[in-house]
Design a protein around this ligand. Structure first.
Ligand code: CA
Ligand code: CA
Ligand code: CA
Length: 280
């Protein structure tokens, strides 16, 4: 019985996720974050969509996909970041070479960039209306999605942040891959320019978050290979994210499970009574 209990306990502990929630694709940098002050390399990017029905409009029917055109190629290319789910690929996941949308042309709406919504979250204005409308890209829980009729705050004003520049993306090293963490600076005319600072937006491709152990290694080696020799960005990207409420909740459930098992085992032992003496 004890062996079984021990085995069950081990299984319970193994089942607990080390980190239950994935890193959000979009997050705003806060003071004290591990990557704060890391040097950024800026480059020109854009927001684009595949105009499937060639009507010059970003449509919901058909469900046209949108991307951060990371290399500003005006086409879907390796490392572009999907802002909507498409053809079996989740939103927030970067484009890989073998993906079906690879190579498609992108329509580039004017001035589409990260704007602040009235409730303090973020949206990409896909129709240059400066208000939140169906079809704009929103970020519930940090994951990009196409706003629809049920999206809260529709009709609200979208405000440009002083210090953000349309199309200006950054990363910790110039080369970018499908797992490279990207930044959109929100203070590019003040002292925070050219480095990760509180208020900047951090974009972590979903694939990078899922395989954190290997991807941060890649980012670290890339950053350290730079001529500036500053290892701060490497340390920044490899710092484990903090535990959140759900993690602790799951740990609690696991512990309760164990306590329950022990109680049941004791009850069973009690019902059986004291062990018999085989010599009597
Ligand atoms: Ca269209
Ligand atoms: Ca591209
Ligand atoms: Ca900055």
């Amino acid at each position: 019985m004890r062996t079984v209990l021990l085995l069950l306990a081990v299984v319970c502990l193994l089942a607990l996720p080390a980190h239950a929630l994935a890193t959000p694709v979009l997050a705003q940098v806060k003071a004290g974050d591990a990557d704060i002050n890391a040097t950024l390399e800026n480059f020109q990017a854009g927001i684009g969509y595949y105009d499937g029905n060639v009507n010059g409009h970003f449509d919901t029917v058909p469900d046209e996909p949108a991307y951060i055109d990371v290399d500003n190629s005006h086409s879907v290319s390796y490392g572009d970041l999907r802002l909507t789910a498409f053809a079996g690929h989740a939103s927030g996941v970067s484009v890989l070479l073998a993906d079906i949308d690879m190579g498609r042309p992108l329509a580039m709406p004017n001035n589409a960039w990260f704007l602040r919504t009235t409730d303090g979250s973020w949206a990409i204005d896909m129709d240059a209306s400066s208000t939140l409308t169906a079809g704009d890209i929103v970020f519930p829980a940090g994951t990009p999605a196409k706003a629809d009729a049920a999206t809260p705050g529709l009709g609200g004003r979208l405000a440009r942040v002083e210090g953000s520049q349309v199309g200006m993306l950054s990363s910790l090293h110039r080369e970018h891959d499908a797992d490279t963490v990207l930044y959109a600076e929100m203070d590019s005319f003040t002292t925070g320019a050219g480095r990760v600072s509180a208020g900047d937006l951090r974009l972590t491709p979903a694939a990078a978050a899922a395989g954190a152990a290997t991807t941060t290694g890649t980012a670290a080696s890339g950053a350290m290979g730079g001529s500036d020799g500053a290892a701060a960005p490497a340390a920044a990207t490899s710092a484990p994210p903090a535990w959140r409420t759900l993690d602790w909740l799951l740990v609690g459930v696991g512990v309760l499970n164990l306590v329950g098992l022990v109680a049941v085992a004791r009850m069973v032992n009690h019902l059986r009574g004291p062990p018999r003496n085989p010599f009597k």
